[in-house]
Design a protein around this ligand. Structure first.
Ligand SMILES: [Zn+2]
Length: 111
């Protein structure tokens, strides 16, 4: 799995100040990630991504949950057995949401 928040790395010696691509603040080049975002911007981005991915996971899981509760499961399985597919829906919604929100926010310019 890729680790998008690792510093770009590989630059040896002194690192001149480089503007962050998002907020424009000049920081040492070695602290920028591979999208040239500074640490403060990455921290903020991570917080917004976590919030966004929970929303998307909820949007994926909630209709499924309502369907199970309202329509019933037709006694195919006991109700508690549906916790696993619900968890899977939450997990996948969260993973998909992370990619979608991260790419969306990365494409946005700073204020
Ligand atoms: Zn920044």
């Amino acid at each position: 799995m890729s680790r998008p928040f690792d510093a770009a790395g590989g630059t040896s010696g002194d690192s001149p100040d480089t503007p962050c691509l998002h907020c424009g603040t000049s920081v040492p080049e070695s602290t920028l990630d591979r999208w040239n975002w500074c640490k403060a911007c990455r921290t903020d981005l991570e917080r917004r991504v976590r919030r966004g991915q929970r929303v998307i996971a909820g949007l994926v899981t909630l209709p499924f949950l309502v369907w199970i509760l309202v329509r019933g499961t037709g006694s195919v399985l006991p109700l508690y057995a549906w916790a696993l597919p619900l968890l899977a829906a939450w997990y996948l919604g969260s993973r998909i949401g992370r990619v979608v929100v991260l790419n969306y926010l990365r494409s946005q310019r700073g204020d």
